[in-house]
Design a protein. Structure first.
Length: 312
């Protein structure tokens, strides 16, 4: 109903008690201020100011409108500040999606670095499967996602899609063994040497999982006695000596001390890990998160200082 600029003129005139002062503060002529106030009074249904010999004073109706005008103007000012911070990448909200293993080390460490440089950005994180995260990104439910090419299938974007992917790292899968396992001291473990082992894996079907595919190349079908979805739960069963499993390199720093990690060799399954963003107008804060994600990815995939470092 009321014009915002007219409300600003009205507010300054009310605070200063002068149309002349309002004109000077907002770079208007005094006659322009008088016309805008007269038009505002017509919209309000009556006088908002008493015209005095020296200046003006609010009428009761003017006091009512001024109270609400201040609320409106303050909200608009705050909205402007938040929008400016959002566009600059220094404020607002950033919704981050990540698949489970990325939340072990990669994403937490990247967000820690991000918060040091962007303390005004409120981060909200959701976990999900890569294909679901790509869909959420397309539906504008999240602003950036860390995804892998396992199980993404047709959901993984291609160059002409509305989502862009930025490679972060190639993640090799290691074999996780109980500390007392017969192969725990080997430099490299071959999958064929584990054909008689009890395996800990996720939900079926096994033939499309990295474990199932890797064992098939080694010439056997893994015997899966325990099924656990989250890798951290799998490691608990490995530590208890109830089986072996695969663990991504990117999760190695979070592996408990009573579990030993060893490289698999030529048949080691690998996956690519990406940051996914909208192709059009990604949030500046989302773009700013790329740098710490890349830095953490480099740290996670750096060659170990010695062969024993692979044990985590």
């Amino acid at each position: 109903m009321f014009d915002t600029e007219a409300l600003r003129l009205f507010d300054v005139a009310a605070r200063t008690g002068s149309f002349t002062a309002a004109a000077a503060e907002l770079n208007y002529t005094q006659s322009a201020v008088s016309r805008r106030i007269a038009a505002l009074e017509a919209e309000a249904g009556g006088p908002l100011f008493e015209r005095l010999p020296r200046g003006v004073r609010l009428t009761p109706a003017g006091e009512v409108l001024h109270r609400y005008a201040r609320e409106v103007l303050e909200r608009l000012d705050r909205a402007g500040e938040e929008l400016a911070a959002l566009h600059a990448g220094t404020g607002g909200r950033l919704r981050v999606g990540a698949f489970a293993t990325a939340n072990a080390v990669l994403v937490p460490h990247a967000l820690r670095a991000f918060r040091r440089t962007h303390p005004g950005v409120a981060v909200r994180l959701v976990e999900g499967f890569s294909a679901d995260l790509i869909d959420a990104l397309r539906n504008a439910a999240i602003d950036i996602a860390v995804v892998s090419d396992y199980f993404a299938g047709p959901h993984l974007p291609h160059p002409a899609d509305d989502v862009q992917v930025v490679p972060l790292l190639e993640d090799e899968l290691l074999i996780a063994l109980p500390a007392g396992h017969r192969l725990a001291g080997a430099d490299v473990v071959h999958l064929r040497d584990l054909r008689e082992e009890s395996w800990i894996a996720g939900p079926p079907p096994d033939d499309i999982t990295p474990l199932g595919q890797a064992c098939a190349r080694a010439g056997f079908t893994p015997r899966v006695d325990i099924r656990i979805t989250a890798w951290i739960g799998k490691l608990g069963y490995v530590a208890a000596g109830l089986g072996v499993t695969l663990v991504p390199v990117m999760a190695a720093p979070a592996v408990p001390a009573d579990v030993v990690l060893r490289p698999i060799g030529d048949l080691a399954p690998r996956r690519m890990v990406y940051a996914a963003l909208p192709r059009t107008a990604p949030l500046p804060a989302a773009m700013a998160l790329l740098a710490p994600l890349r830095e953490e990815a480099r740290r996670l995939t750096a060659p170990p200082a010695s062969p024993g470092a692979a044990a985590g």
